[in-house]
Design a protein around this ligand. Structure first.
Ligand SMILES: [Zn+2]
Length: 114
């Protein structure tokens, strides 16, 4: 019925990154490009289950330049590869998998301490 609305993926902002020195590939100004790093997680009944992937949008404050990872050129792709590792998924995005695994973890603990 409404089941298909109850799960899916959700995007959220992981952080903003101001690369320096970084020259806008479009207008060639320095320090005007900002990366918005976004994360995506899978949710079930609006409970975050597990993180899916990171993405990023680079945008320039001085011109129309605005690209996502699909349209990155080599320079923006290199920059993004470095910065995306600095932004980790918050723990709550693992809630579903943690709940799912908790009987397993409990079992392992019981096994180790029996
Ligand atoms: Zn620009």
């Amino acid at each position: 019925m409404f089941f298909h609305h109850k799960y899916g993926t959700k995007n959220f902002i992981l952080g903003l990154h101001d690369p320096y020195p970084f020259q806008c590939p479009n207008c060639s100004k320095l320090g005007t490009v900002e990366f918005t790093i976004t994360g995506e997680y899978f949710h079930f009944w609006y409970i975050p289950c597990y993180p899916v992937e990171k993405d990023g949008i680079a945008s320039c404050s001085e011109c129309e330049f605005r690209v996502n990872t699909i349209k990155y050129n080599r320079i923006t792709a290199d920059e993004f590869r470095q910065i995306k590792n600095k932004y980790r998924f918050p723990f709550y995005t693992y809630t579903g998998i943690a709940i799912f695994l908790s009987p397993v973890i409990a079992g392992v603990i019981l096994y180790l301490f029996k």
